[in-house]
Design a protein around this ligand. Structure first.
Ligand code: G6P
Ligand code: 1S3
Length: 698
């Protein structure tokens, strides 16, 4: 018989499983993820940005659960004493068995309740739990895989918590929503132990998809033919794959973040998802309409400062004729399309040179890699330019004083003070010193850090292959910053959001991208972006907006075109963008920013609402009697009445398909309610570009 370290709670669980009389109206939600209050990647962005809408809906009936990371919890979580008696008794009972837990408020917008479990305190049962996982679910967990061990311990602790909690909370229905395989071990356990909760599993990528795409297979044309067990075995991830697949099959409702990943999951995990839960953002509207344009200008000035330092001695391009492009994300060279980006930059360089363009494109690659430190040259660049700036300021003050004195002594008939008389010889010496410090006998470097493995780094090697070495004649310069940005960085002191605002375009030509937050973030900040029709975000936008490129959403075709043609298409998009006038860029940024509402959780979150309703229906069908009234549940979003659009673009007129989840069901058992009932989104009317309340320097 199963033991979970808490003594047996099996009897109570079985007893509960037989009860169907739980209150579905005041149900509770636990959302379980290893990235709760623990920044790792995209899932952290999902749950953090979604918190305001979820807490608005549930208040303290909503609790996030994650493994305790003491360093980040100390900063992000304020401990609280649980006021919910069932929760308090469950936590106490686990604590009595030696499990440490921190309950509190996650200090983010929405301030959701959070329960962090210290997995270290559960490792004493690791062997027992691993063998239980094998005997109850047939999932192997070989030694030596720390990540899987962590997933097993966390999964067993979560199942323990849920089992214990339902034995105390006997009235309310409980939804447990799990994200990704790392948090998925508890799913087969809740099923096997018949714990009286209803479950949702959302996968944000599949393990096999990520691995296969990173190799050189033709992934999308072969999806239905892969021998999944063999492929997982070959890559040493069979046991992880088993956890992921078991989680997908054990959940009452199985979802992914996009249609493309739904299709992939159907073939690789062998369960067709019940629907799609797209990722939203917590969109902040500024009270001043064009504030985001001003912020662009301010941040761009900070990027100019960095560029002046980085290119010291080679500042032979004008800031006003310089465009900043960037790509960013997890360092997955092929999956994130960095290979395609660099090749396209080389072609763009060639096209701009041939066309005699006066524009310079500085392309940033922001992807964390193993590094030892910032390079001396990168630090020196900023220092040299800072000293020059300081010296010029001193000289400026002195020159100002002298000019004033000369002006005071001026009499009619005297010559005007000559500028050469205003510079003293010591000024000249100081200036000369600074100018000599800018002499450089090498090209401005491509990379800002010392790489742990410079010679084998795929990004650097491709830059070497295409010879983008920041030569003065190059119209495309490249800067690889192998560390996430932050404002405390001495070389590029900007937080990511501020950096993005200052750029002109984000370029994300991904091959494997279940959703893709980076272009979505660009959109809400009014920064145009390039993505592909293999990314969830790209497909979503393409489906929704007929002429997406007018709105600064460029989508490279990586499905139907060969690689060379896709690279040319990407080059063409960048070249055309570089040919726009400032006025055209400003107009386009305005259009891009107006798409923000499309990506707001207030809209996207409706798919989560639907998934939860479906989970409740599947677990408690008897509670959905004829009197059950859903009307209040789906009216969180005020319908916006469409106004006609002027030039040049229009969204597709498909009011019934405004969130991607509508393509899949999530609607089982309910008739008569469709998305049209609660959303009718249309772009607001185009404003007159000449009306912008800010100067247009063209
Ligand atoms: C914003 C500012 C303008 C500035 C412009 C520069 O719109 O409000 O004052 O001229 O950005 O745009 P650019 O595309 O050249 O960076
Ligand atoms: C995943 O993170 P990634 O960058 O490894 O999850 C993200 C959140 O759902 C998603 O945006 C991204 O495409 C996935 O790939």
């Amino acid at each position: 018989a199963y033991t979970n370290g808490s003594g047996s709670v099996e009897n109570t669980i079985l007893e509960n499983a037989e009860s169907t009389g739980r209150d579905i109206r005041n149900h509770m939600v636990f959302e379980i993820s290893t990235e709760a209050a623990n920044r790792v990647g995209g899932i952290y962005s999902v749950i953090k940005s979604k918190a305001p809408v979820t807490t608005a809906e549930y208040g303290d009936r909503y609790t996030l659960i994650g493994p305790l990371n003491r360093a980040s919890a100390a900063v992000e979580v304020e401990p609280l004493i649980p006021t919910n008696p069932e929760l308090a008794v469950t936590i106490d009972s686990m604590k009595a068995r030696g499990i440490e837990l921190v309950y509190g408020r996650w200090l983010i917008e929405g301030a959701p309740r959070i329960l962090l479990i210290d997995t270290k305190t559960g490792y004493r049962w690791l062997d027992e739990w691993k063998s239980d996982l094998w005997s109850t679910a047939g999932i192997p967990s070989p030694p030596g895989d720390d990540e899987t061990n962590e997933a097993v311990v966390f999964g067993y602790l979560v199942a323990w918590f849920l089992g214990e909690f339902v034995s105390h909370e006997r009235k309310k229905a409980i939804i447990a929503h799990f994200h990704e395989w790392l948090a998925g071990v508890a799913l087969p356990l809740t099923k096997k132990r018949r714990i009286d909760v209803t479950t949702i599993f959302t996968t944000h990528a599949t393990l096999l998809g990520r691995y296969l795409c990173a190799g050189s297979v033709d992934f999308y044309n072969n999806l239905q033919y892969f021998d999944v067990d063999a492929e997982a075995g070959k890559r040493g991830i069979y046991h992880r794959y088993c956890i992921e697949r078991a989680a997908a099959h054990a959940a009452d409702v199985f979802t992914t973040v996009s249609h493309i990943t739904a299709y992939e999951s159907e073939h690789l995990l062998k369960r067709k998802p019940d629907g799609v839960l797209p990722n939203g953002l917590n969109v902040k509207k500024f009270s001043a309409m064009h504030e985001f344009q001003n912020l662009h200008e301010q941040s761009k000035q900070k990027i100019h400062d960095f560029v002046r330092g980085h290119f010291y001695g080679h500042n032979d391009f004008q800031p006003d004729n310089t465009l900043y492009f960037f790509t960013a994300g997890r360092y997955e060279y092929r999956n994130k399309g960095v290979d395609m980006f660099i090749e396209s930059l080389a072609r763009l360089n060639h096209s701009l040179k041939s066309a005699g363009s006066k524009m310079t494109v500085v392309a940033f690659i922001i992807m964390p890699a193993q590094t030892t430190s910032l390079t001396v040259e990168a630090l020196k660049g900023q220092a040299v330019i800072k000293s020059l700036h300081d010296t010029v300021q001193i000289i400026e003050r002195e020159v100002g004083k002298r000019l004033f004195d000369r002006a005071l002594q001026w009499h009619e008939g005297d010559d005007l003070p000559e500028h050469k008389d205003l510079l003293s010889s010591s000024d000249r010496v100081m200036l000369r010193r600074r100018l000599f410090a800018m002499k450089r006998n090498m090209l401005p470097p491509v990379v800002t850090h010392n790489m742990a493995n410079d010679a084998e780094d795929p990004i650097l090697n491709q830059i070497r292959r295409v010879q983008l070495f920041n030569h003065p004649s190059d119209r495309v310069k490249v800067i690889f910053h192998p560390e996430f940005l932050n404002s405390a960085n001495p070389v590029l002191p900007l937080d990511y959001d501020d950096f993005v605002r200052g750029t002109h375009m984000g370029v994300f030509p991904s091959y494997y991208e279940p959703w893709g937050y980076t272009p979505a973030e660009c959109t809400v900040m009014g920064v145009p972006s390039i993505t592909t029709n293999l990314s969830g975000f790209g497909c979503y936008m393409e489906e929704l907006i007929e002429n997406a490129s007018d709105y600064g959403i460029y989508i490279v075709d990586r499905r139907m075109k060969g690689v060379d043609d896709s690279v040319n298409q990407l080059t063409g998009y960048m070249f055309d963008f570089a040919s726009k006038s400032r006025r055209q860029r400003i107009n386009q940024r305005n259009r891009t920013e107006r798409l923000s509402d499309l990506l707001d959780w207030k809209r996207m979150g409706m798919e989560y609402v639907k998934a939860r309703q479906l989970a409740l229906r599947r677990a408690y069908p008897a509670s959905f009697d004829d009197d059950y009234d859903e009307s209040g549940i789906f009216d969180a979003v005020e319908p916006k009445l469409a106004r006609p659009l002027s030039v040049p673009g229009s969204p597709r007129s498909r009011t019934g398909m405004m969130t991607p989840g509508d393509f899949a069901s999530l609607q089982e058992g309910r008739e008569g309610l469709s998305t049209e009932d609660y959303i009718a989104w249309k772009l607001p009317e185009e404003e007159d570009p000449d009306d912008y309340p800010f100067p247009l320097t063209l």
